[in-house]
Design a protein around this ligand. Structure first.
Ligand code: MN
Length: 715
C-alpha cells in the first residue's frame, strides 16, 4: 500500500509547505525533526526501521488534515517525553509552551489503559479523552498517532492486534467521527475491521473487486450523463465517483442487507462554489432522475453535530441502477473530510493574512462551539453533551500512576481516592503524592491528577479528622464504620498489656516509668497524643514496647532502624525517606542540616519534602506533616551550613576564620559582618562534610582568645 511508504523530512516539509507559507515555520519543523531524531536515536519499531519513522509518519498524517505548525511539531515530538525521558521543561525551553502543552496532552492520554469490556465504559473513555484535552489539537495528534500505529499493526502479535483494533474501533474512530475527521475515521475503521474480523474484511474486499469493472463502467456512464446535464445549465462543477469504505458496507451487511442491495455502493459527489448552486442542482437532478422517497436529506440547512454539511439524495440512475448523490460546496467538502481540523485549517490557509496569535484561541472556540451546538440539537449526540455536564461540572477524573481512571466527586481528596481503590487502602493511608509532589491528605484533587497513595500496613487506621474533609458519602460511611468496629478499643487495651508486660520483664515500675517527664518525651518521639493514643500505637504494632522503653533508656538505638528495614526506601541522593518511592527532597534553608544532625522531613505543599534539623524552631507548628528521614551513609560529600561567630573587635578576625576553615578543608561560601559594637557578629556560610567536621572547626575557632562563641545558625 502506498500509505505505508516511508516518508522523509523533505516529504513532510513539502506537504506542509502546500498550505503553510511562513518559511520560519517550515524551518522550525526541520529543527524539531532533527531534535526528535536525535532523541529517538537507537530505538526501533517492531515494523522495522528507526523509531523516528513513527513520529515522522504521524506528522505527515497531520498535514493531510492541514494541521498548523505547532501541531506538526508536537506530532514529531509526541513520544519523546514518554519514551526518551525528555523533561517537558526541555521542550518548553527549546520550542515554546504551545508545543510543550500539546505533547503533554498526548502523553497524558497515552498513559490511560482503555480496556473497555462494556458500552458504558466505552462512553466514559470517550468522555475522558475529550474532557482531558483542553486543546482539540491534542486529540487530532492522538488520532494521527493511532492511525500510523494501525497501519503498522501487522508487526504486532495477533492478540495485541485484536485488542488495539478493538480499542480503535470502539473509542478512537468514534471520536474522529464526532470531530468530523472523516478521512481518519474511515481508515481507522477499515484497518480495525481487518484485524478484528479478517474473514469478513477480505470477503467484502474481494466482492468489491469482483464487481469493480462493472461498477466502474456504470458509474462512469452516470457521471458523464449528470455532468452534461449540469453543463447545459451552465453550472461550473466538479464531479467524482466515490467508493464506500469496507467498514460502512460491513455495517450495512450486519443490519441484514444483501451485498447486491446496498444502495450507495454506487455513489457520486458533486462539488460547486456556492450553496445556492447546491439547491439548484438538486432540482435539476430530481427533474431528470426519479428520487427515492425519504432518501433526500438536507444537511446544509440542518448540519450534523460534527459540522458536516451536504445535500444527499438517492435516485434511479443510468440503466436503472440506484445512485447516492452528494452535493456540497468545496468548503463543505473540506469540513466533511477533515472535520474540526479542516474548519480552522481551511479558514487559515484561505486567509493567511489574518492568521495571528489568536488562531489557537479560534480553534478552541470552534471546539467549544461544537460542544455547545450539541447541547440543544442532537439528543443522539449526547456524547459531547455529557462531557460538558459530567466531566466539566460535578465530577473529576483522576488516575493511578498506572493510568487507571477513577471518577470522584468535585472536591474529593486523596482519602476519597484511597477508599475508592479499596477500603483497606483507605484505612492504611498515611500520605499522598499528586503529580510527583507530596500533598496533605485534605488536598483538593483536580481533573487529571495522577494520584499515588502511600500506605503503611501498620497504620492505626483512619483518623476521625478525615471526616472533616472527605467528600464522598461512601468514604465518610466507611470511616465511620471503622470507628464503630471498636477496633481502637481492642488495640488500646492490647497495647497497654504489651507495655506492662515488657516493663515487668525489664524490671521497671509501671508508674515510675510513666512519669510526666517520661511521657512528655515519649509523646514527642512517637508523635502520639496522650496515653490512649500511645497504647493504640503499641497495640496495632506501630511501635514495639521495647522501642518505647528505649526512648527513656537508650539501650538499643538501632531498634527503630530494624523496624523500618522492611519498608521501601527512597534515596534522593543524600536523604533516605521511609516508605516513599519517588519524591523530591531538599535541605531546609532555615537550619541547614548536615550529616550527623538529627533530622526530620516536612511535607511541603507541592515541593516534596524539606529536611530540617530536629530542633528547628520552624517545625513546632507543622508537626502533622512530618515524615521520617535519615541520612544516606553514602552521601555526596559537602553540605552548606551557616554559623554565627561572636568576637571582640579584632582586625584579623575574617582572615583568621578563613584560614582556619581552609586548613580544615571546609569551604567558605561567604562571610558577612552582621552586627558591630562591643561584640562583632560574623555570619559564616560553610561547606562541611558532617557535624564532626563542623565541630572540629568550631573548636579551633574558639581557640582564638578574641572569639567568644560560635553557634549554628537557625533562622
Ligand atoms: Mn506514538
Amino acid at each position: 500500500m502506498t500509505k505505508n511508504k516511508q516518508y522523509t523530512i523533505d516529504d513532510l516539509v513539502y506537504k506542509a509547505g502546500k498550505y503553510i507559507s511562513d518559511s520560519d515555520e517550515l524551518k522550525k519543523i526541520r529543527t524539531v525533526y532533527k531534535y526528535a531524531e536525535e532523541k529517538h536515536e537507537g530505538q526501533f519499531r517492531l515494523s522495522g526501521g528507526p523509531y523516528i519513522y513513527h513520529p515522522l509518519s504521524t506528522a505527515v498524517i497531520l498535514t493531510s488534515v492541514y494541521a498548523d505548525c505547532d501541531t506538526i511539531c508536537a506530532g514529531l515530538l509526541h513520544d519523546v517525553v514518554e519514551d526518551c525521558d525528555v523533561p517537558l521543561e526541555e521542550l518548553e525551553e527549546n520550542f515554546g509552551s504551545s508545543i510543550a502543552n500539546l505533547v503533554n496532552g498526548v502523553t497524558k492520554i497515552s498513559k490511560i489503559n482503555f480496556k473497555a469490556d462494556n458500552d458504558a465504559l466505552v462512553e466514559y473513555y470517550k468522555k475522558i479523552i475529550v474532557g482531558m484535552s483542553e486543546d482539540v489539537r491534542v486529540i487530532i495528534i492522538k488520532l494521527a498517532d493511532r492511525l500510523h500505529n494501525m497501519r503498522t499493526l501487522w508487526a504486532l502479535p495477533e492478540e495485541k492486534q485484536k485488542s488495539i483494533a478493538k480499542e480503535t474501533l470502539e473509542i478512537l474512530a468514534p471520536i474522529a467521527h464526532h470531530l468530523g475527521i472523516h478521512k481518519i475515521k474511515s481508515e481507522l475503521e477499515d484497518l480495525s475491521l481487518r484485524y478484528l474480523k479478517p474473514d469478513v474484511f477480505y470477503d467484502i474486499a474481494q466482492k468489491l473487486n469482483n464487481t469493480k469493472l462493472e461498477r466502474d463502467q456504470v458509474v462512469n456512464d452516470m457521471l458523464t450523463s449528470v455532468s452534461n446535464l449540469l453543463k447545459e445549465h451552465n453550472i461550473k462543477h466538479e464531479i467524482k465517483g466515490r467508493s464506500k469504505s469496507i467498514y460502512s458496507i460491513y455495517r450495512k451487511l450486519e443490519k441484514g442487507r444483501k451485498f447486491s442491495d446496498i444502495y450507495d455502493l454506487l455513489a457520486l459527489r458533486i462539488l460547486v462554489d456556492t450553496e445556492q448552486e447546491c439547491y439548484s442542482i438538486i432540482g435539476i437532478i430530481h427533474s431528470k432522475y426519479k428520487p427515492i422517497p425519504k432518501r433526500f436529506k438536507d444537511f446544509i440547512a440542518m448540519p450534523k453535530a460534527n459540522g458536516y454539511q451536504s445535500l444527499h439524495t438517492t435516485v434511479f440512475g443510468y440503466d436503472g441502477y440506484l445512485f447516492e448523490i452528494q452535493i456540497r460546496t468545496y468548503a463543505m467538502d473540506e469540513v466533511a473530510e477533515n472535520g474540526v481540523a479542516a474548519h480552522w485549517a481551511y479558514k487559515e490557509h484561505k486567509d493567511l493574512k489574518n492568521r495571528g496569535t489568536n488562531s489557537t484561541e479560534a480553534k478552541l472556540q470552534f471546539f467549544r462551539s461544537i460542544i455547545e451546538l450539541n447541547e440543544d440539537k442532537m439528543s443522539s449526540e449526547e456524547f459531547v453533551n455529557s462531557v460538558k455536564n459530567e466531566v466539566l461540572n460535578n465530577n473529576i477524573y483522576v488516575f493511578t500512576p498506572k493510568g487507571d481512571i477513577f471518577e470522584l466527586p468535585l472536591g474529593a481528596t486523596p482519602v476519597d481516592f484511597a477508599y475508592r481503590i479499596h477500603t483497606r487502602v483507605g484505612e492504611t493511608t498515611t500520605g499522598a503524592i499528586v503529580n510527583n509532589s507530596i500533598v496533605p491528605l485534605d488536598y483538593e484533587l483536580k481533573n487529571n491528577d495522577i494520584v499515588k497513595i502511600i500506605t503503611n500496613k501498620n497504620s492505626i487506621g483512619p483518623s476521625k479528622e478525615w471526616l472533616n474533609f472527605v467528600k464522598s458519602t461512601q468514604t465518610r460511611n466507611k470511616i465511620k464504620a471503622f470507628f464503630t468496629r471498636n477496633q481502637r478499643e481492642d488495640y488500646t487495651e492490647h497495647g497497654k498489656d504489651l507495655l506492662e508486660k515488657e516493663l515487668r520483664k525489664q524490671k521497671y515500675s509501671f508508674n515510675e516509668f510513666l512519669s510526666d517527664d517520661n511521657l512528655k518525651l515519649i509523646y514527642e518521639e512517637t508523635k502520639t497524643n496522650g496515653l490512649n493514643d500511645l497504647y493504640l500505637n503499641i497495640g496495632n504494632g506501630k511501635f514495639s514496647p521495647s522501642f518505647i522503653i528505649n526512648i527513656i533508656d537508650k539501650k538499643d538505638p538501632t531498634l527503630e532502624e530494624i523496624k523500618f528495614k522492611n519498608l521501601p526506601k527512597h534515596i534522593d541522593g543524600d536523604i533516605i525517606v521511609e516508605g516513599i518511592d519517588k519524591i523530591k527532597v531538599n535541605l531546609a534553608n532555615c537550619c541547614h542540616p548536615i550529616p550527623g544532625d538529627e533530622i526530620i522531613g516536612y511535607i511541603s505543599k507541592g515541593n516534596g519534602i524539606s529536611v530540617h534539623r530536629n530542633n528547628c524552631h520552624n517545625l513546632s507548628y507543622l508537626d502533622n506533616r512530618m515524615v521520617t528521614v535519615s541520612w544516606n551513609p553514602e552521601n555526596s560529600g559537602n553540605f552548606l551550613t551557616t554559623v554565627f561567630v561572636y568576637a571582640k573587635p579584632n582586625g584579623n578576625a575574617m582572615l583568621d576564620i578563613m584560614q582556619k576553615a581552609n586548613n580544615l578543608n571546609a569551604g567558605v561560601e561567604g562571610i558577612r559582618t552582621v552586627s558591630k559594637g562591643d561584640t562583632v557578629t560574623y555570619e559564616l556560610d560553610l561547606w562541611v562534610r558532617n557535624v564532626e567536621h563542623l565541630d572540629n572547626l568550631i573548636r579551633e575557632l574558639k581557640n582564638f582568645d578574641y572569639i567568644e562563641n560560635v553557634v549554628r545558625a537557625m533562622k
